[in-house]
Design a protein around this ligand. Sequence first.
Ligand code: FPP
Length: 241
Amino acid sequence: MPTVNMSERDKTQEEAKVLPEHVGFIMDGNGRWAKRRGMPREYGHKFGAQTFEDVMDYCCHKGIRAMTFYVFSTENWKRPKKEVDAILHLLDSYLDTCRKRLAQNDVRFVFIGDRSVFSDKLRDKMDAIEAESAHKGYTVYLALNYGGRSEIVHAVNALLEQGRTHVTEEDINACVYTAGSPEPDLIVRTGGDLRISNFLLWQSAYAELYFTDVLWPDFKGKDVDAALDSFAQRKRRFGGV
Ligand code: FPP
Protein backbone atom coordinates (compact mmCIF):
# COMPACT_ATOMS: atom_id res chain seq x y z
CA MET A 1 0.00 0.00 0.00
CA PRO A 2 1.51 3.40 -0.93
CA THR A 3 2.45 5.57 2.02
CA VAL A 4 1.15 9.14 2.10
CA ASN A 5 2.72 11.71 4.40
CA MET A 6 0.51 14.05 6.40
CA SER A 7 0.96 17.12 4.24
CA GLU A 8 0.15 15.15 1.07
CA ARG A 9 -2.96 13.72 2.70
CA ASP A 10 -4.05 17.16 3.93
CA LYS A 11 -3.59 18.54 0.42
CA THR A 12 -5.65 15.71 -1.09
CA GLN A 13 -8.43 16.29 1.43
CA GLU A 14 -8.31 20.03 0.76
CA GLU A 15 -8.56 19.45 -3.01
CA ALA A 16 -11.44 17.02 -2.56
CA LYS A 17 -13.31 19.58 -0.44
CA VAL A 18 -13.24 22.21 -3.17
CA LEU A 19 -13.86 19.97 -6.15
CA PRO A 20 -17.29 20.66 -7.64
CA GLU A 21 -19.66 17.71 -7.63
CA HIS A 22 -21.43 18.80 -10.78
CA VAL A 23 -20.13 21.05 -13.56
CA GLY A 24 -22.19 22.43 -16.43
CA PHE A 25 -20.53 23.38 -19.72
CA ILE A 26 -21.89 25.86 -22.25
CA MET A 27 -19.78 24.87 -25.24
CA ASP A 28 -19.64 28.12 -27.21
CA GLY A 29 -17.32 29.29 -29.96
CA ASN A 30 -17.28 26.44 -32.49
CA GLY A 31 -18.47 28.66 -35.34
CA ARG A 32 -15.89 31.40 -34.73
CA TRP A 33 -13.13 28.82 -34.33
CA ALA A 34 -13.95 27.46 -37.80
CA LYS A 35 -14.36 30.90 -39.42
CA ARG A 36 -10.92 31.94 -38.16
CA ARG A 37 -9.56 29.00 -40.11
CA GLY A 38 -11.53 29.93 -43.24
CA MET A 39 -13.70 26.87 -42.75
CA PRO A 40 -17.49 26.43 -42.53
CA ARG A 41 -19.10 26.47 -39.08
CA GLU A 42 -19.78 22.73 -39.26
CA TYR A 43 -16.04 22.15 -39.17
CA GLY A 44 -15.96 23.82 -35.73
CA HIS A 45 -18.73 21.57 -34.44
CA LYS A 46 -16.74 18.50 -35.53
CA PHE A 47 -13.78 19.63 -33.44
CA GLY A 48 -16.20 20.69 -30.71
CA ALA A 49 -17.51 17.13 -30.50
CA GLN A 50 -13.95 15.86 -30.01
CA THR A 51 -13.38 18.50 -27.32
CA PHE A 52 -16.56 17.38 -25.56
CA GLU A 53 -15.21 13.82 -25.34
CA ASP A 54 -11.79 15.02 -24.14
CA VAL A 55 -13.29 17.31 -21.47
CA MET A 56 -15.68 14.60 -20.27
CA ASP A 57 -12.78 12.14 -19.90
CA TYR A 58 -10.65 14.75 -18.16
CA CYS A 59 -13.41 15.66 -15.67
CA CYS A 60 -13.95 11.97 -14.83
CA HIS A 61 -10.20 11.64 -14.32
CA LYS A 62 -10.35 14.62 -11.92
CA GLY A 63 -13.14 12.91 -9.95
CA ILE A 64 -16.05 15.17 -10.94
CA ARG A 65 -19.07 12.94 -10.48
CA ALA A 66 -21.61 14.75 -12.66
CA MET A 67 -21.37 16.92 -15.77
CA THR A 68 -23.93 18.55 -18.03
CA PHE A 69 -23.00 19.54 -21.59
CA TYR A 70 -25.21 21.95 -23.53
CA VAL A 71 -25.17 20.39 -26.98
CA PHE A 72 -28.30 21.77 -28.65
CA SER A 73 -30.77 24.30 -27.28
CA THR A 74 -34.46 24.76 -28.04
CA GLU A 75 -33.35 27.96 -29.82
CA ASN A 76 -30.64 26.34 -31.98
CA TRP A 77 -33.27 25.22 -34.54
CA LYS A 78 -33.15 28.83 -35.79
CA ARG A 79 -29.72 28.12 -37.33
CA PRO A 80 -29.37 27.36 -41.06
CA LYS A 81 -30.62 23.88 -41.92
CA LYS A 82 -27.16 22.86 -43.14
CA GLU A 83 -25.69 23.59 -39.71
CA VAL A 84 -28.54 21.92 -37.77
CA ASP A 85 -28.22 18.84 -39.99
CA ALA A 86 -24.47 18.74 -39.40
CA ILE A 87 -24.91 18.86 -35.59
CA LEU A 88 -27.57 16.14 -35.72
CA HIS A 89 -25.30 14.02 -37.91
CA LEU A 90 -22.43 14.48 -35.42
CA LEU A 91 -24.78 13.51 -32.62
CA ASP A 92 -25.91 10.40 -34.49
CA SER A 93 -22.36 9.21 -35.06
CA TYR A 94 -21.33 10.13 -31.50
CA LEU A 95 -24.18 7.99 -30.14
CA ASP A 96 -22.78 5.00 -32.07
CA THR A 97 -19.28 5.58 -30.69
CA CYS A 98 -20.65 6.21 -27.21
CA ARG A 99 -22.58 2.92 -27.20
CA LYS A 100 -19.56 0.94 -28.42
CA ARG A 101 -17.42 2.42 -25.65
CA LEU A 102 -19.88 1.96 -22.79
CA ALA A 103 -18.09 -1.14 -21.52
CA GLN A 104 -14.81 0.76 -21.24
CA ASN A 105 -15.94 3.53 -18.93
CA ASP A 106 -17.94 4.15 -15.78
CA VAL A 107 -20.26 6.81 -17.18
CA ARG A 108 -24.04 6.88 -17.03
CA PHE A 109 -25.42 8.92 -19.93
CA VAL A 110 -28.71 10.79 -19.59
CA PHE A 111 -30.20 12.80 -22.46
CA ILE A 112 -32.09 15.80 -21.17
CA GLY A 113 -34.51 18.00 -23.07
CA ASP A 114 -37.51 17.32 -25.28
CA ARG A 115 -36.42 14.37 -27.39
CA SER A 116 -39.84 13.91 -29.03
CA VAL A 117 -38.66 16.04 -31.99
CA PHE A 118 -35.82 13.68 -32.89
CA SER A 119 -36.11 10.78 -35.30
CA ASP A 120 -37.07 7.32 -34.00
CA LYS A 121 -33.56 6.17 -34.89
CA LEU A 122 -31.90 8.82 -32.70
CA ARG A 123 -34.35 8.26 -29.85
CA ASP A 124 -33.80 4.51 -29.93
CA LYS A 125 -30.06 5.07 -29.67
CA MET A 126 -30.52 7.42 -26.70
CA ASP A 127 -32.86 4.98 -24.97
CA ALA A 128 -30.41 2.10 -25.45
CA ILE A 129 -27.44 4.07 -24.13
CA GLU A 130 -29.40 5.24 -21.09
CA ALA A 131 -30.58 1.71 -20.31
CA GLU A 132 -27.16 0.12 -20.79
CA SER A 133 -25.30 2.72 -18.71
CA ALA A 134 -27.89 3.16 -15.94
CA HIS A 135 -25.77 1.41 -13.30
CA LYS A 136 -22.54 3.38 -13.85
CA GLY A 137 -20.84 5.70 -11.38
CA TYR A 138 -20.25 9.06 -13.11
CA THR A 139 -23.18 10.89 -14.69
CA VAL A 140 -23.04 12.83 -17.95
CA TYR A 141 -26.15 14.75 -18.95
CA LEU A 142 -26.29 15.70 -22.62
CA ALA A 143 -28.71 18.59 -23.15
CA LEU A 144 -30.44 18.14 -26.51
CA ASN A 145 -33.34 20.31 -27.64
CA TYR A 146 -33.02 21.61 -24.12
CA GLY A 147 -34.16 24.90 -22.62
CA GLY A 148 -34.18 25.81 -18.94
CA ARG A 149 -37.59 27.48 -19.10
CA SER A 150 -39.19 24.58 -20.92
CA GLU A 151 -37.65 22.22 -18.36
CA ILE A 152 -39.40 24.10 -15.54
CA VAL A 153 -42.69 24.08 -17.49
CA HIS A 154 -42.24 20.35 -18.10
CA ALA A 155 -41.69 19.76 -14.37
CA VAL A 156 -44.75 21.79 -13.37
CA ASN A 157 -46.92 20.01 -15.96
CA ALA A 158 -45.71 16.63 -14.66
CA LEU A 159 -46.85 17.69 -11.18
CA LEU A 160 -50.22 18.94 -12.48
CA GLU A 161 -50.71 15.59 -14.20
CA GLN A 162 -50.20 13.94 -10.82
CA GLY A 163 -53.19 15.98 -9.63
CA ARG A 164 -51.18 18.53 -7.65
CA THR A 165 -52.75 21.96 -7.14
CA HIS A 166 -49.90 23.39 -5.08
CA VAL A 167 -46.19 22.73 -5.63
CA THR A 168 -43.08 23.30 -3.56
CA GLU A 169 -39.42 23.80 -4.51
CA GLU A 170 -38.78 20.21 -3.46
CA ASP A 171 -41.48 19.01 -5.86
CA ILE A 172 -39.85 20.83 -8.75
CA ASN A 173 -36.39 19.58 -7.67
CA ALA A 174 -37.77 16.07 -7.97
CA CYS A 175 -39.13 16.68 -11.48
CA VAL A 176 -36.31 18.51 -13.29
CA TYR A 177 -34.30 16.39 -15.71
CA THR A 178 -31.25 16.25 -13.43
CA ALA A 179 -33.20 15.02 -10.38
CA GLY A 180 -31.05 12.69 -8.32
CA SER A 181 -27.80 14.57 -9.00
CA PRO A 182 -26.52 17.47 -6.94
CA GLU A 183 -27.19 20.91 -8.40
CA PRO A 184 -24.32 22.20 -10.55
CA ASP A 185 -21.74 23.92 -8.33
CA LEU A 186 -19.98 25.42 -11.32
CA ILE A 187 -21.11 26.52 -14.77
CA VAL A 188 -18.40 27.11 -17.35
CA ARG A 189 -19.05 29.06 -20.54
CA THR A 190 -16.44 29.24 -23.27
CA GLY A 191 -16.38 31.68 -26.19
CA GLY A 192 -16.35 35.02 -24.35
CA ASP A 193 -20.06 35.78 -23.94
CA LEU A 194 -21.28 36.55 -20.43
CA ARG A 195 -24.69 34.95 -20.31
CA ILE A 196 -26.49 31.74 -19.30
CA SER A 197 -28.58 31.28 -22.47
CA ASN A 198 -31.44 29.31 -20.89
CA PHE A 199 -29.12 26.64 -19.42
CA LEU A 200 -30.05 24.85 -16.17
CA LEU A 201 -32.02 27.89 -14.97
CA TRP A 202 -33.63 26.12 -12.02
CA GLN A 203 -30.57 24.16 -10.92
CA SER A 204 -28.04 27.01 -11.21
CA ALA A 205 -29.58 29.26 -8.54
CA TYR A 206 -26.38 29.05 -6.46
CA ALA A 207 -23.89 27.87 -9.08
CA GLU A 208 -20.59 29.66 -9.41
CA LEU A 209 -20.13 31.04 -12.93
CA TYR A 210 -16.88 30.88 -14.89
CA PHE A 211 -16.48 32.60 -18.24
CA THR A 212 -13.50 32.26 -20.52
CA ASP A 213 -12.64 33.73 -23.93
CA VAL A 214 -11.22 30.38 -25.01
CA LEU A 215 -13.29 29.00 -27.90
CA TRP A 216 -14.75 25.55 -27.19
CA PRO A 217 -12.59 23.56 -29.68
CA ASP A 218 -9.49 25.06 -28.01
CA PHE A 219 -10.69 24.23 -24.47
CA LYS A 220 -8.22 21.71 -22.99
CA GLY A 221 -7.43 20.07 -19.67
CA LYS A 222 -5.42 23.11 -18.55
CA ASP A 223 -8.50 25.27 -19.12
CA VAL A 224 -10.62 22.88 -17.04
CA ASP A 225 -7.96 23.21 -14.35
CA ALA A 226 -8.16 27.03 -14.54
CA ALA A 227 -11.94 26.85 -14.03
CA LEU A 228 -11.54 24.44 -11.11
CA ASP A 229 -8.86 26.66 -9.55
CA SER A 230 -11.16 29.64 -9.81
CA PHE A 231 -13.99 27.63 -8.24
CA ALA A 232 -11.73 26.54 -5.38
CA GLN A 233 -11.13 30.18 -4.48
CA ARG A 234 -14.77 31.21 -4.36
CA LYS A 235 -16.38 31.89 -1.00
CA ARG A 236 -19.78 30.26 -1.31
CA ARG A 237 -22.35 31.72 1.05
CA PHE A 238 -25.66 30.41 -0.37
CA GLY A 239 -27.37 33.60 0.77
CA GLY A 240 -25.79 33.52 4.23
CA VAL A 241 -22.88 35.65 5.51
C1 FPP B 1 -22.10 26.77 -29.82
O1 FPP B 1 -21.08 27.32 -30.62
C2 FPP B 1 -22.18 25.36 -30.08
C3 FPP B 1 -23.31 24.67 -30.42
C4 FPP B 1 -24.63 25.30 -30.60
C5 FPP B 1 -23.27 23.25 -30.72
C6 FPP B 1 -22.48 22.43 -29.71
C7 FPP B 1 -22.14 21.21 -30.40
C8 FPP B 1 -21.00 20.52 -30.22
C9 FPP B 1 -19.99 20.86 -29.22
C10 FPP B 1 -20.70 19.37 -31.07
C11 FPP B 1 -21.65 18.23 -30.99
C12 FPP B 1 -21.49 17.48 -29.75
C13 FPP B 1 -21.82 16.21 -29.64
C14 FPP B 1 -21.86 15.57 -28.32
C15 FPP B 1 -22.11 15.39 -30.81
P1 FPP B 1 -21.48 28.36 -31.77
O2 FPP B 1 -21.71 27.60 -33.01
O3 FPP B 1 -22.63 29.19 -31.32
O4 FPP B 1 -20.17 29.19 -31.87
P2 FPP B 1 -20.07 30.76 -32.26
O5 FPP B 1 -20.59 31.52 -31.06
O6 FPP B 1 -18.61 30.95 -32.48
O7 FPP B 1 -20.90 30.98 -33.49
